[in-house]
Design a protein around this ligand. Structure first.
Ligand code: SAM
Ligand code: SF4
Length: 481
């Protein structure tokens, strides 16, 4: 394959992102770290000098995908070398953290393995790779296991070493802002506490500074991110002057004051950390969109206990009642795992009943995936794949119907839509409603990045169609008195 670069000496990086929004944020930040080294973004690995795979380890299939992509990159690298060029391959993210050295052993074409807490050190790691490739040129061969590894949880926070965000971090008026990382909850199915480390909240002052920069760079919507975002407790004043910390509710109130910010979202929350203040904020802060992703995982108390979730089904139901009490039009979304070890038909029926009682606007559903090193992997009574498949299909059918009903309930309303990208058909653009529904309209690319009122005309399983009615006022939805 030919190197089709046409931009002379400029270096190019291709970053492929797997998994969650936190990885999307991290990929953007890696691009920010690499920009001062002269790297521009490339759309394909074929045009890149450096390829970064920012990986996800949450389920087995997610990590297997990474290894098949690495096989393709190895072939690309060999072709480059035959032509006298080279390709640097880096594996970042949670697979890098969990598997470390093993990645280089399994795929020796990999040059760098860098964990999610160490990517601010990429420039240093690239310099080490360059030194090694000079060595290789001298003796004609690469030393075995010569890949560079950094999977430490450094004492310094990567956030203190990242450049200020720029326009490149704002996509069509919207930006992610990571405020919290890691997890101390140790759900028995989950690798996050091992790959992302202990819970850490960024100082509130640093978060506010970044929020202001993103708004100044063109963001009208911010999504605050964290593996346990509502466990946020960021330092608001240095301990040397008496110190104080802010929870997520206080942070949301302060960010909402930023001039020019229209929409605010946060994800992912844990039911244990939905405190009174945070519930109140959903009724008080108009910039906070009426959408909440609140994973429940199962509707069976027995399984929730075995998962070490620290909440039961009634706790979850009460939370939802209280949230709907302050924000009746709140769209609820959730994560579900079917087929956790020992899940009986009766446990699964409990999940179906909970879904029926609550009514979700959208959801993510997963078959339990046995993750090495987690307590769940060592449990007996692992369920057959066929049982998981059947339960997943039943749950998805129920949730799919609920999503369709929720979408249908908005037909006829006029709602503000933030347009994000071109639609699949020519002349069509796609955006998000306040409830995070996908909305298609006929419209020009010049509307991308702006918030425009749209009358919703038809609802489908995963989206709505509408027409632009820029001069009409949005429909008022019921809000608490
Ligand atoms: N912190 C969030 C919470 O407490 O719900 C979830 C973060 S996790 C990155 C996203 C989702 O992946 C989880 O909510 C869970 O549904 C799913 N997940 C995690 N581990 C899994 C596993 N071993 N098998 C199947 N799904 C899993
Ligand atoms: Fe994983 Fe549980 Fe932590 Fe969420 S709360 S990141 S599911 S261990």
């Amino acid at each position: 394959m030919k190197d089709v670069r046409t931009d002379g000496q400029r270096k190019r990086v291709f970053i492929r992102t797997y998994g969650c929004q936190m990885n999307v944020y991290d990929s953007d930040r890696m691009a920010d770290v690499l920009r001062p080294l002269g790297y521009a973004l490339s759309d394909t690995p074929e045009q890149a000098d450096l390829v970064v795979l920012n990986t996800c380890h949450i389920r087995e299939r997610a990590s297997e995908k990474v290894y098949s992509e690495l096989g393709r990159l190895r072939d690309l690298k060999s072709e480059r070398r035959l032509g006298g060029g080279d390709l640097t391959i880096a594996v970042a993210g949670c697979v890098a953290q969990a598997e470390g050295e093993e990645i280089i052993q399994r795929q020796p074409a990999v040059d760098i393995v860098v964990g999610p807490q160490a990517y601010h050190r990429l420039p240093e790691l690239l310099a080490r790779v360059a030194r090694q490739s000079d060595d290789r040129r001298a003796d004609g061969r690469r030393r075995p296991g010569a890949g560079v590894l950094d999977t430490e949880f450094p004492a310094e926070s990567k956030f203190d070493h990242l450049p200020a965000p720029s326009e490149a971090d704002v996509r069509a008026g919207s930006a992610f802002l990571s405020i919290q990382e890691g997890c101390d909850k140790f759900c028995t199915f989950c690798v996050v506490p091992y790959t992302r480390g202990a819970e850490y909240s960024r100082p509130a002052t640093a978060v506010l500074r970044e929020a202001r920069s993103l708004v100044a760079a063109g963001a009208t919507e911010l999504t605050l991110l964290g593996q346990n975002v509502n466990a946020y407790h960021g330092e608001a004043a240095p301990s040397s002057i008496g110190g104080s910390t802010w929870g997520l509710a206080r942070l949301i109130r302060e960010i909402a004051e930023i001039d020019g910010l229209v929409r605010l979202r946060y994800t992912t929350s844990h039911p244990r950390d939905m405190d009174d203040d945070l519930i109140a904020v959903h009724g008080d802060v108009p910039q906070l969109m009426p959408y909440l992703h609140l994973p429940v995982q199962s509707g069976s108390d027995r399984i929730l206990e075995a998962m070490n979730r620290g909440h039961g089904r009634d706790h979850y139901r009460r939370l939802v009642d209280r949230l709907r009490g302050v924000r009746p039009d709140l769209a609820l979304s959730s994560d579900f795992i079917v087929g956790f070890p020992g899940e009986s038909d009766a446990d699964f029926d409990d999940t179906m009943r909970l879904v029926d009682e609550i009514g979700f606007a959208s959801a993510y559903t997963f078959k339990y995936s046995r993750r090495p090193g987690t307590p769940g992997a060592a449990l007996g009574d692992q369920l057959a794949e066929s049982v998981k498949t059947a339960r997943l299909a039943a749950l998805q059918s129920l949730l799919g119907n609920q999503q369709r009903d929720f979408n249908a309930s908005k037909v006829g309303a006029v709602v503000p839509v933030l347009f994000a990208e071109a639609g699949r058909k020519p002349g069509q653009i796609l955006g998000k409603s306040p409830w995070l529904q996908s909305v298609y309209v006929e419209g020009g690319a010049d509307m991308i990045g702006s918030i425009v009122n749209v009358r919703l005309l038809a609802a489908y399983a995963l989206s709505l169609a509408g027409e632009v009615v820029a001069d009409e006022s949005p429909t008022r939805f019921e809000v608490a008195a």
